[in-house]
Design a binder for this molecule. Structure first.
Ligand code: NAI
Length: 306
């Protein structure tokens, strides 16, 4: 495992195997990070096509990191050997920490954590990469609420520097064993950690999503074109991406789910999703991953016109 000093030894004593469930945008990135940092890693998805796509993506990414000198050939080969793919969740019985990154639906996540709770060792930490769903409620579905944490990576996980660690109402405050360990694993992955209490949207999405929603309202009410909204925010506020472009990158379905959680969880109409965002999602325009969202990515490598 990479890293040095007491932190490395402390983590090594507790975490050898990392399990990741969900091989989409986020899960594949988290699995890549774990394997590249020397952990035995399982990536599990119920959809075999998602696993094939993830394997291809991760293998290419690791080769690129090696060719650019960001990872040694030995560590790159090690990462590819240490990462295993499966559609069988039972493979996670030996994992010391399991990070779920499946669809942003409370019902689906609850049934998964219930299943993981039965499969995993008693000492295993169950972490959720949820963007907004209550960790307290997910934890309550298990027999180990003290060992359930939020571990919210940003997209794409191998590149973005932040992880939000979220402590549910019943998460143990034992620094070493629970949320502290989640934070330390994240730090070992090279991330900066912030801690959030368990309120809808945590810190980052509570602030980010209303801005993205407002960009949809600006488009919906005809204040400006999508290009001008994005250029305005990029050059006017020094953001690397415009809000509509960023929403497409995150996934419009994910943005809508998060806004719905903010709206119902915080009980304020200012979080109500813009009807245009709802309509795009209803039309299957989920953003880059589907080839079309606010922009059309199918026509060329550049953003197209929709
Ligand atoms: P995605 O749609 O790209 O991937 C989800 C994957 O989960 C799919 O491959 C699907 O087959 C799999 N899946 C669904 N149900 C499953 C089950 N019961 N067991 C195993 N696999 C299952 O979604 P994405 O964007 O990777 O998001 C995943 C999670 O990460 C969500 O909770 C989301 O809110 C969160 N997140 C997303 C970010 C983003 O920018 N997209 C950023 C940070 C967090």
């Amino acid at each position: 495992k990479t890293g040095t000093g007491p932190l490395l030894w402390k983590i090594m004593a507790y975490i050898n195997t990392v399990g990741v469930v969900g091989a989409g945008q986020m899960g594949s990135g988290i699995a890549q990070l774990a394997a590249a940092h020397g952990f035995d890693t399982w990536l599990v998805d119920t959809n075999p096509e998602a696993l094939t796509r993830a394997e291809e993506l991760i293998t290419n990414n690791i080769h690129r990191l090696v060719s650019k000198g960001h990872l040694s050939q030995k560590d790159g080969d090690g990462a590819l050997t240490q990462l295993k793919y499966s559609s069988n969740v039972q493979e996670l019985s030996s994992a010391d920490i399991i990070i779920e990154a499946i669809v942003e639906s409370e019902g689906v996540k609850k049934s998964l954590v219930l299943e993981l709770d039965k499969i995993a060792k008693c000492s295993t930490i169950l972490a959720s990469n949820t963007s907004s769903i209550s960790i307290t409620r997910l934890a309550s579905a298990t027999s180990r609420p003290i060992k359930v944490i939020g571990m919210h990576f940003m997209n794409p996980p191998p590149i973005m520097k932040l992880v939000e660690i979220v402590r549910g109402a019943n998460t143990s405050d034992d620094r070493l064993h629970n949320q502290g360990l989640g934070g330390e694993v994240s730090e070992l992955f090279g991330k900066t950690v912030i801690c959030s209490k368990d309120f809808a949207g945590f810190v980052v999405n509570r602030i980010l999503m209303p801005m993205l929603n407002e960009a949809f309202y600006a488009l919906y009410t005809g204040v400006a074109s999508k290009e001008d909204i994005d250029t305005g925010m990029k050059l006017g506020t020094n953001h690397p991406m415009g809000p509509l472009e960023l929403a497409d990158f995150i996934g419009l379905d994910i943005c809508l789910s998060i806004l719905n959680v903010l709206h119902s969880g915080l009980g304020d109409n200012k979080y109500a999703p813009c009807p245009l965002l709802v309509q795009y999602v209803d039309a299957g325009r989920h953003g880059r991953k589907r080839g079309v969202g606010v922009y059309d990515y199918r026509k060329s490598s550049q953003k197209g016109k929709t």
